[in-house]
Design a protein around this ligand. Structure first.
Ligand SMILES: Cc1cc2nc3c(=O)[nH]c(=O)nc-3n(C[C@H](O)[C@H](O)[C@H](O)COP(=O)(O)OP(=O)(O)OC[C@H]3O[C@@H](n4cnc5c(N)ncnc54)[C@H](O)[C@@H]3O)c2cc1C
Length: 451
């Protein structure tokens, strides 16, 4: 199992360096094409080639962005990495879809004044076929990605189709580029494409073969499954041998339960136990679909595998006098890990927890939270949108009136704001915090879904 140093946010590459490296690889084919010194064609032809060169490099880098490599996502977070992946996918789709329609240069035969056919598109039947396959598949893949949640098949099916569909596009695209591309057929640029395609396919090998093999060598077993609140369970696993993975409070893993890691039925869950308890890992899992609805039936002793830790909703490496924690529903899971670690470490920095639910029966770990409010410097605010008549806590959603009432932003100057829960709640809370004057760099969040 891959292990991780004690400070996740300093393990990743700095975002500026990441962006610079990304831009350098995306623009490299343009530089290489310019260096070839071929006679220039009209603007539309050169523009079309330039779009395709940049878009193909971006497409091949998509594999690295979505491969869950900590060196990429540790600092910026998986959320942002995946959003970047999606944004780039949409842009490159635009580039590649218009690419064939921009050309004005004739396809075979050679022009009389161009005996060496440098100004002619050399498009054989096979490169026409691979170009068309890649072009159509790319559109299909991206449209299916955007509409993923509306599709009638399972997330896992979508994920495998997405990965292997992308590999088919990479191979078809490389063939088309090297066979038909005026610049890409030059040996240096062809070698560049083969190198990037190799890296892209390697990332699939890492995700689908090497990581599961590593997980297989470090199995866990389920030691308890307990109901924690309405439709929510606490699952605890322990390694069959040795210690559990090292992680920081607030991080998450991809968890495989009762299946081989090759089955690709893993799901992301935050670790709700604390790092000090190295002998086991605890998760708080809410029923939300086909897999999570079966958690209550999970047998004690079932095998479990983890890939991680991932995520940057962590405290080490940040110089902060206090923390405001805002959780919606099961979003309290990573926050429990942070609070539990504070308790073990006897950390007496001030904390404010604003924890919102719809119903009282959904509140997780109520008595433990009350205990923590006694032993830590924790200001605990439970908020319900549909409270029972006897409720004496706050009432409402985690909206502007509630947050304005519960937070004194000026008094908490320099504090970190951690927000966890469903995507719509995070987006709205982040907007409100910014409106209330919290600088963006003081807010870190973990969405429990990808857009
Ligand atoms: C970083 C992160 C941390 C999370 N932590 C927790 C937690 O501590 N507790 C908790 O209850 N939930 C957590 N979730 C949400 C949890 O992963 C989903 O509820 C669960 O995967 C749903 O699976 P399902 O098959 O039951 O539901 P489905 O109906 O199959 O899926 C519902 C939606 O969940 C998402 N999803 C499903 N499978 C995956 C997957 N393998 N990878 C990514 N997204 C997927 C998809 O958007 C899907 O549309 C977290 C999610 C993320 C991204």
């Amino acid at each position: 199992m891959r292990d991780q140093g004690r400070n996740p946010i300093s393990n990743g590459v700095h975002p500026v360096l990441l962006l610079t490296g990304y831009a350098a690889v995306a623009l490299a084919p343009l530089g290489l094409a310019y260096a070839e010194g071929l006679p220039p064609r009209g603007f539309r032809d050169e523009f079309s080639s330039a779009l395709a060169l940049v878009a193909f490099a971006m497409l091949l880098m998509e594999f690295v962005l979505s491969g869950r490599f900590r060196v990429v996502s540790s600092r910026i977070g998986i959320d942002l990495t995946m959003r970047f992946h999606q944004l780039i996918a949409r842009s490159l789709m635009g580039f590649i879809l218009i690419h064939p329609f921009l050309y004005t240069t004739p396809i075979n035969p050679a022009l009389p004044w161009d005996a060496s056919r440098q100004l002619t598109l050399g498009l054989s039947a096979t490169s026409f076929a691979t170009g068309t396959i890649g072009w159509v598949l790319l559109g299909v893949l991206i449209v299916l990605g955007i509409g993923r949640d509306q599709l009638p098949y399972r997330y896992e099916t979508w994920r495998v189709l997405h990965g292997f569909g992308a590999a088919a596009i990479a191979i078809a695209g490389a063939h088309h580029a090297i066979d038909a591309g005026r610049y890409s057929s030059q040996p240096t640029i062809a070698a560049f494409w083969l190198f990037l395609v190799g890296i892209a396919l390697l990332t699939l090998l890492v995700v689908y073969v090497i990581t599961p093999l590593r997980q297989l060598r470090h199995p866990y077993r389920v030691i308890s499954v307990e109901k924690a609140a309405l439709k929510t369970w606490t699952v605890v696993i322990e390694p069959l041998r040795g210690q559990a993975i090292r992680f920081e409070a607030g991080q998450f893993v991809w968890l495989t339960l009762d299946r081989t890691p090759f089955a690709i039925t893993e799901h992301p869950f935050s670790i709700s136990s604390c790092p000090a308890e190295r002998s086991r890992l605890g998760f708080t899992i809410k029923q939300a679909g086909d897999f999570t609805n079966t958690i209550g039936e999970l047998g004690i002793g079932s095998r479990a595998y983890v890939d991680g830790p991932h995520g940057n909703v962590t405290l080490p490496g940040r110089d902060i006098p206090g923390v405001v924690l805002i959780a919606g529903g099961v979003g309290v899971a990573p926050i429990m890990s942070i609070l539990r670690e504070f308790r073990v470490q006897r950390d007496l920095r001030p904390l404010i927890l604003i924890y919102g639910n719809r119903l009282a029966e959904q509140i997780l770990y109520r008595s433990e939270l009350d205990d923590m409010a006694r032993v830590l410097r924790l200001d605990l605010h439970l908020v319900l949108s549909e409270p029972p008549p006897t409720w004496d806590g706050s009432v409402g959603r985690l909206d502007k009136p509630v947050l304005t009432k519960l937070l004194d932003i000026e008094a908490n100057d320099g504090w970190l704001y951690i927000v966890c829960g469903p995507a719509p709640m995070i987006d709205s809370v982040e907007d409100i915090l910014e409106e209330l004057g919290v600088p963006m760099h003081r807010i870190v969040s973990e969405k429990f879904s990808y857009d």
